[in-house]
Ligand binder design. Structure first.
Ligand code: UDP
Ligand code: MG
Length: 180
């Protein structure tokens, strides 16, 4: 059966939250209307993250694990997940669940309307300190200014991308990628 949805989750030293993350993502994925896969990329964690992921993958055949020999960083981990993904819609989520997985259903609705990229946007930054809020606010404005691009403001890595968009990204070979 062909896979429709690929959920991509980069993981770096997340032993404390991984089981919880898996359960929450699984709950969300179970409500999808079609076949899905959950791809975890262990980005050279120094804690028990890889062991936990292996245990999860043994019990759940929808789970795939990629593991890096050392820490390469968030973006290479996401890139590896995208290459591995075989779904028609790719969903990128953080392991710490700072992005609520339920929102994915809404993203899928937008994808079905024909959008190739659906960003999750933070409506508020609850629990973050004023300095982080300010620097984040300035960062997105500065980024738009220096690149001259209309980059969606206050968005993170939380997004859905279509197979078409993913193939375009994968076809570009650069290593130091920055996706916003
Ligand atoms: N992450 C990763 N490699 C790294 C750092 C982070 O794969 O070198 C993962 C991390 O486990 C999480 C996501 O990338 O799932 C976002 O990381 P973090 O929560 O530290 O970023 P922030 O919330 O500050 O944007
Ligand atoms: Mg985080």
């Amino acid at each position: 059966m062909s896979i429709k949805y690929s959920v991509i989750i980069p993981v770096y030293n997340e032993e404390k939250v991984l089981d919880w993350c898996y359960q929450e993502v699984k709950k969300t994925a179970e409500k999808f209307d079609d076949v899905y896969e959950l791809i975890f990329i262990n980005d050279g964690s120094r804690d028990r993250s890889l062991d936990i992921l292996k245990e999860i993958a043994q019990k759940d055949k929808t789970v795939k694990v990629i593991s890096f020999s050392r820490n390469f960083g968030h973006q290479p981990a996401v890139s590896a997940g995208m290459k591995e993904a075989s779904g028609q819609a790719l969903i990128i989520l953080d392991a710490d669940l700072q992005d609520p997985p339920e929102v994915v259903h809404e993203m899928i609705r937008k994808w079905k309307e024909g959008y190739d990229i659906v960003y999750g946007k933070r409506s508020k930054r609850a629990g973050e300190k004023p300095l982080k809020k300010l620097t984040a606010f300035l960062y997105y404005r500065f980024l738009a200014r220096i690149t001259g691009l209309n980059i969606p403001k206050d968005t993170g890595d939380f997004r859905l991308i279509s197979r078409k968009a993913a193939d375009a990204i994968i076809s570009m070979p650069e290593k130091n990628r920055y996706l916003r």
